[in-house]
Write a protein that binds this ligand. Sequence first.
Ligand code: FES
Length: 124
Amino acid sequence: MRYVRHIFICTNRRRDDDPKGSCAQKGSESIRELFKKELKARGLKAKVRANASGCLDACSHGPNVVIYPEGVWYGSVKEEDVAEIIERHIIGGEVIERLLIKGPRYAPDRLKYPPLETGLEESV
Ligand code: FES
């Protein structure tokens, strides 16, 4: 398997006068850089990818981060949340409740995906 997890960070930027706002206006570009840095520092760069994404259509909740394959949506993510997401969610397999975007459209499937170390086992 090429990557065990993809972390998509919305880095869409709208004009400053656009009433919808955008994740980049709220600091998502530096959040993405921090994800990359923190993954590299933990030796996870080859298994977990921090991708910049376009608008995830959840603009009012931004900065938004969605993690696949589990489809967990985190909103209002701040730089200080990045290490915690990697440690608790990516490595530990735990959903961080306080960061979840609320609402049925964003409900994660908590049971399906194991902690990272299990997912890192190579298939033969
Ligand atoms: S601008 Fe980030 S979800 Fe729309």
